[in-house]
Design a protein around this ligand. Sequence first.
Ligand SMILES: [Zn+2]
Length: 371
Amino acid sequence: MKSTRVLIGLLTLALCMAMAFHATAQEKKFKTENIIFVMTDGLRWQEVFQGAEESLLPEAKSGIHPSRAAYWRDTPEERREILMPFTWKVMAKEGQIFGNQNKGSVSQVSNGYNFSYPGFSEVACGYGFRDVDSNNKIYNPHLNVFEFLNNMPAYKDKVGCFGAWELFPWILNRERSGMLVNAGYEPLDTGKSFPEYELLNRMKKETTHYWGGEPFDSITFETAYAYFKREQPRVLFLALGETDEWPHGGRYDLYLDAARQADNAVRYLWETAQSLDQYRDKTTLIFTTDHGRGYAPLEWKSHGEDVANSENTWMAFLGPDTEPLGEREKVERVTASQLAATMAAFLGEDFRAAAPEAGKPIDDVLGSTNN
Ligand SMILES: [Zn+2]
């Protein structure tokens, strides 16, 4: 009799423990605790999936042009890998990449404008709002996912946003959000002082301002990278700009160089993350763009409502919760408006509870538990 009671007691205890474990497992479905979110402005899906486009490569006066030597190869697979080695050797093998329209995968912005402010806003706010319709310095009235997280105790002051373009304080509404948004040539001021912050802040003053409000990507990247290593945020947002500026200036050769550098920046961030306890095996990396561009021979320089193809984009994911399905083929269309809720979902948060218009998370990258 006594042993039966003990047995029932033990069984009840085991059942309670199993239920408690189950509840915990349901609350936190994913291993992701940190997000690294990188964007590079206006990089076409064509270059991402096929590498350099031959008709756009400049001709040398004699011999072979350095850009052709660097980026031209016989097959699209070789060309894209030489242009974006981290994306293709790591992200597209161990993670997933969407947007190869030749293989039945479409990634797009849905805002209808196909230029920068509306594109970055769609990504950050989860919706292509029609009232976000210019590149002017107007504070974005809509809630963005970085601000949504920064408003939570677990992420307070652990969100860092860095943009090459000087518009980010408006796009991410720094005035309202109060979070760290460092953009253009602004000095980095987190209230902490480190030698590399001081050096970068001096360089921002001393560098010639070639594009007005947008420095070369190396300056923005190194600022974000210094902050990332020193202050170890839970969410890092980095938006690079040269892949938009060089095409507008008609420089296909430097556009390719900028794509190569953006890929390298992502690699640096990822490899550094894997070397730090705070990030190793619990960080998801997302890499995407804010719009596409037109077709060769002329419209590749431009993008916008009236430029065909410029709504087409690409997006890549890598992390402990994303199955290694690689280059996706014959899948449902994905849009930039889904990225905010997807990013929050990796962290176990529901962005759509605060922003009901936001696109739904992309289930395919959120692991088998969500399918
Ligand atoms: Zn743009």
